[in-house]
Design a protein around this ligand. Sequence first.
Ligand code: F6P
Length: 318
Amino acid sequence: MKRIGILTSGGDASGMNPTIRAVTRYAIYKGLEVVGFYEGFKGLIENNCVTLNLNSVGGIVDRGGTILYSARSEFFKTREGQLKAIENLKKNCIDGLVVIGGDGSFRGAHDLHLQGVKVVGIPATIDNDIPGTDYSIGFDTALNVIKDLISKIRDTATSHDRIFVIEVMGRSSGIIAVNAGLACGADYILIPEIEVDLIKIAEAIRKHREGKRHILILVAEGAAKAEDVASSIKLLVGHEVRVSVLGHIQRGGSPSALDRILSAQFGEKAIDVLLEGKSDCMVAIQGTEIKIVDFDYVFENRKDVDRNLYNLAHILSL
Ligand code: F6P
């Protein structure tokens, strides 16, 4: 192996930049050349790429977003798109490809593997919903961003004796909501994995509101619309409710120390995996160990929310 490609794909996650830096610098340390493709698989199809050297990844360890940019390419899902991508990989003499992203990006990488390209994935999504790894890049930073924002909401909620419905990301997973809820002392957490019972929540609010000057209800975007939850709670409880949708602020900001350290470990492992001739897998962290997990495992499983954390958050909010 002489020359590798690297790209970031899907929803961006803070920590992608230190990952690009780690992959590039470790690959160069191992005697490889590195080519970065812009905008994920779209850049592969359009042959929009740049040679990365030690300097081109300087000064990005603390930057959010991704210097290689990201995109979701529908054309790449077609046979025509994939053939174009393979043609460009050949043109650039790329022997292996590192794909930084989530489940959807890994499916794209898997398609390339089926056509003979050596691929390895690095899990990066704030949703942290990729089976086989305890953490993905971006999750810890997003939690810290949410923690800071909710502290501010709590200040004003207490001043005005208000109920707040706060919507966090997580289109199909409540993992962010549960972890953020526990970290922020939310009173109720609504997630897609557990049926929402607003009547029960309203009863509990009426019962427990005494002595509290703020009630924080955290809603994962995949569970319900914050506005709908707020109007129902207002109707059922008869108290002032305000809404705050945190949105894409959750995906930005300087990567946390944990995400930077994980980026370094994942970057090193990804290059070692390619140098060992392996493919069709992602790097992962299980406990404190950096491992390799086959894409098949990722595609065939679903990562559940930690029900103990979910229950604990509700016990502690009483
Ligand atoms: O990064 C994952 C995620 O944040 C989901 O939780 C969310 O639904 C989605 O991305 C939204 O991304 P976009 O607005 O880029 O489509």
